[in-house]
Design a protein. Structure first.
Length: 295
């Protein structure tokens, strides 16, 4: 009897313990996290419909007061376009400049969106009736093989504007020049500058006629033992030393160069050697003459 009771008690305890065992709580399945949506990006296409290179395009947010950053890595030529990206959609200020720093076009509050925006850059000079011309008359005995026409505010001559050489007694007219102040240069077929003019106003409707006369000549002979990498000839008292007459073609020892179309007067000669040494001298020109650079 006692044994049966004991056994019953033990079985009841085991059952009680089994009933009190906590059950495992199921862990909810974690939600799958997909990739974050890409941030919206706006684009701007700049179309150059002027007759000159555009060297700077500035795109600034209406809320951005930071320094301006030129978005062009190279000049944008006439009738070309470029697409710029990486902008957050919003309102922007746009500005385009010629290579000389003149502002061509400027707009404020332009909305850039993911569909893209095309900004066509034109100026008043893009209309034919507002363009100027340059007429070059060659009255010298030399044939002119290159003509350079550059805005005075730029530091380079740019590319040759001639389609063919200008023979003695012939002339050439360059059309479709935006009104402005230009520097002019002609070079003979030996690649020697023959005549140069600075700060020439060229405006419609008459344009400008540049008559090349024989003028006086100055022949410079390099009798030193060093090469001349920079040579400038300018009237004494001129604000600028003038352009480098031997740019890209150093005057080697024993070589010579002839500067033509000079008027009577006193000129300053500036020579720079390959090691940066600067030499100066003055000459009085009343007739054709020769100058020898000595040791």
């Amino acid at each position: 009897m006692i044994t049966l009771l004991t056994t019953a008690v033990l079985l009841a305890g085991v059952a009680l313990l089994a009933g009190c065992t906590p059950s495992a709580t199921p862990t909810p399945a974690s939600a799958e996290v997909g990739p974050r949506p890409a941030a919206a990006v706006a684009t701007l296409t700049v179309a150059n419909q002027t007759f000159s290179d555009i060297c700077a395009v500035y795109v600034t947010s209406m809320q951005d007061d930071g320094p301006l950053e030129n978005r062009l890595s190279a000049p944008l030529g006439p009738n070309l376009s470029i697409t710029l990206g990486g902008f957050a959609p919003g309102a922007y200020n746009l500005r385009a400049e010629y290579c000389g720093g003149q502002v061509v076009k400027q707009e404020y509050g332009v909305l850039l969106g993911t569909a893209g925006f095309t900004w066509t850059v034109t100026d008043v000079a893009s209309r034919e009736e507002n363009l100027a011309s340059l007429r070059v008359v060659n009255n010298t005995p030399e044939t002119m093989c290159e003509l350079f026409v550059a805005l005075s505010s730029t530091n380079t001559w740019g590319s040759d504007r001639l389609d063919s050489a200008i023979d003695p007694g012939a002339e050439f007219t360059l059309l479709n020049l935006p009104p402005g102040t230009y520097d002019l240069r002609v070079v003979n077929c030996n690649r020697q500058p023959v005549a140069t003019e600075y700060f020439v106003e060229i405006r419609p409707p008459d344009g400008y006629t540049w008559t090349l006369e024989g003028g006086l000549t100055l022949t410079i002979i390099n009798s030193s033992n060093v090469s001349i990498v920079r040579l400038c000839v300018c009237p004494v008292g001129a604000e600028s030393p003038g352009v480098n007459l031997v740019a890209g073609n150093p005057l080697l020892p024993g070589a010579s160069i002839t500067v033509t179309d000079l008027e009577q007067g006193t000129y300053e000669l500036r020579f720079e050697t390959g090691d940066g040494t600067l030499l100066k001298d003055t000459v009085i020109i009343r007739e054709d003459r020769t100058y020898t650079l000595r040791q």
